[in-house]
Ligand binder design. Structure first.
Ligand SMILES: Cc1cc2nc3c(=O)[nH]c(=O)nc-3n(C[C@H](O)[C@H](O)[C@H](O)COP(=O)(O)OP(=O)(O)OC[C@H]3O[C@@H](n4cnc5c(N)ncnc54)[C@H](O)[C@@H]3O)c2cc1C
Length: 507
């Protein structure tokens, strides 16, 4: 007898936890959370909300405009409007569930100034990552409310019948394959980090979920827009991969090229603080291309003049450097861009429902709200707000009870040899074709090779290999269709498209 729930949530990152928390508040109790691990959420350092007592005079309208600007104008305006208008509801939700944010000595909320924002509006924790605090408080709260988290369950397929979602197929912790039924399924399965050779993302964010959504019939949007985190530590080896928070630029840090020049000032005379991530990435790449990069192909971040107590208030970053023999008050730190979060995903409406009835998507799993790129700290805000708004839409449905569904086959195949023959090559293709600079010729070659792989009978012997290759194929197609350079997607072979686009959206 298959398990049944009123609502299934896939994943236990912030978006899933916020959805479950709000559903529980609204009286939906039979929620099944199925997840492989924790995703990107424990790494969250900053989360943005427009608080009414923001001393810089911040407004919801300005936040809305900052998102559209960072998104290079192609954001889904309805999603942005609803998200920014609900900012306090998201903040209050986290506070109700016990999340505590850092305060200043005078008791006001500590606010940091992150990339892409006009004003300081990022909340944080100064003793650990705020993501760790969020996971701790929400997981404990859900358990107290009788909502268990089924850890170690990997979603393999989303099941549909007559155009409506009806459940998921999972691999359980014992390795068994089973179907679990519900009339509502929420994808909170995060982004695509591990489709790329090296990324900031943990291993449970495999990226095959794009193909899972597509197989279920969901439309995808903006999936060419992978974001690069601009200031990821490149040396020493023990600290490689640790993002230097872009908030450091707001604290007074600056970027230097190998000639000691503050190159960001050429494009941002007002100073580095608040620069959009895409601008920082582009300027670092320009310096590297001009032969003014650092030994590992990045730039130096100068933190030497920053008060030690300020640096220590980013303990995960400060301690990682110190533990690896680099004192940021004494030495320059080598940083550069690395594949990071995903702006695209499952296309949703204002209720966060996809084009498949009953199938919802929240957080990094859904696309549209960020457009071509996001403001720093906004993945966390969007994860919270999309979860809240989605939960309110689901709780308003007349019936959440599962309808009887036919027993669908629980299908999944594994063949380690097949995986090894296809996946490493496909990921290498992703790195080359979907990297920093994109060329039509590379994209066409990538498309042809990926199609050849997908046409082999053999690849179907490993479902995950097929889904990973298919996900990369979907991103390559989207990148091929996007002719102009926008966000971090820098297209080299269509200068005429860039000229047209610059007229429409000057940056
Ligand atoms: C190093 C790092 C630093 C970051 N810093 C910030 C920051 O300071 N501010 C900010 O706003 N954003 C930051 N981000 C981005 C942010 O972490 C993510 O965008 C955010 O966590 C998205 O939340 P989510 O709930 O949508 O996805 P995630 O937190 O990634 O959670 C996805 C969940 O789905 C599960 N899952 C995935 N696939 C499956 C499957 N097939 N079956 C079952 N479960 C599955 C995962 O195990 C996980 O539980 C950072 C990311 C990283 C990696």
């Amino acid at each position: 007898m298959a398990k049944k729930h009123d609502v299934i949530i896939v994943g236990m990152g912030l978006a899933s936890l916020a959805t479950a928390a709000r559903l529980s508040e609204l009286g939906v109790k039979d929620i099944g959370i199925y997840t492989t691990a924790y995703g990107g959420t424990p790494y969250i350092a900053a989360i943005n909300f427009v608080l009414p007592d923001n001393p810089y005079g911040d407004t919801i309208g300005q936040y809305n405009d900052d998102m559209i600007h960072a998104g290079y104008g192609i954001n889904n305006r309805t999603l942005v409007r609803d998200m920014t208008a609900s900012t306090m509801e998201g903040y209050n939700l986290l506070c109700r569930w016990g999340v505590e944010f850092a305060k200043n000595e005078d008791g006001t909320t500590k606010l940091r100034h992150l990339s892409g924002h006009t004003y300081p509006r990022s909340l944080c924790c100064t003793t650990e990552l705020i993501g760790v605090e969020i996971v701790k408080k929400l997981v404990d709260g859900l358990e107290e409310n009788g909502i268990p988290i089924h850890m170690g369950y990997e979603c393999l397929h989303v099941l549909t019948e007559d155009g409506h979602v009806c459940g998921i197929t999972v691999k359980n912790p014992e390795g068994g394959i089973e179907n679990i039924h519900a009339p509502v399924v929420v994808a909170g399965w995060g982004g695509v980090g591990n489709l790329f050779g090296v990324s900031t993302y943990p291993g449970d964010i495999k990226g095959n979920t794009l193909a899972i959504a597509k197989e279920a019939g969901a439309e995808l949007v903006d999936i060419e827009f992978l974001e690069y985190e601009p200031m990821v530590v490149m040396s020493p080896p023990g600290a490689v991969g640790e993002p230097c928070p872009t908030a450091m630029l707001g604290e007074g840090a600056y970027l230097l090229n190998s000639e000691g020049e503050r190159f960001m000032l050429k494009v941002r005379p007002q100073g580095e603080g608040g620069s959009p991530k895409t601008l920082i990435n582009k300027q670092i790449w320009k310096e590297v291309d001009a032969g003014r990069g650092t030994p590992h192909g990045g730039a130096w971040v100068d933190l030497r003049h920053i008060d030690r107590n300020v640096l220590k208030a980013y303990p995960w970053f400060f301690n990682r450097l110190m533990d690896n023999g680099v004192d940021p008050n004494q030495e320059l730190v080598e940083v550069g861009p690395m594949a990071h979060s995903f702006s695209g995903g499952i296309m949703v409406d204002e209720n966060y429902e996809s084009t498949v009835a009953g199938f919802y998507a929240v957080g990094e799993a859904c696309g549209g709200v960020h457009g071509a790129c996001r403001c720093a700290g906004n993945a966390a805000s969007q994860a919270t707000l999309s979860g809240l708004l989605c939960a309110q839409a689901i709780a308003g449905l007349k019936a959440c009870q599962p309808e009887p569904v036919h027993d669908l086959p629980a299908e999944y195949k594994e063949d380690a040899g097949v995986y090894g023959r296809y996946v490493p090559e496909a990921k290498a293709i992703a790195v080359k074709a979907l990297g920093i600079y994109r060329r039509g010729e590379d994209l066409l070659q990538a498309r042809a090779r990926l199609d050849e792989m997908l046409s082999q009978q053999e690849i179907k012997k490993d479902t995950q290999a097929f889904q990973i290759v298919k996900s990369i194929r979907l991103m390559v197609e989207a990148a091929w269709n996007r002719k102009e350079s926008r966000g971090t997607h820098m297209r080299l072979d269509y200068p005429e498209a860039d000229k047209e686009y610059e007229k429409e959206f000057p940056i």
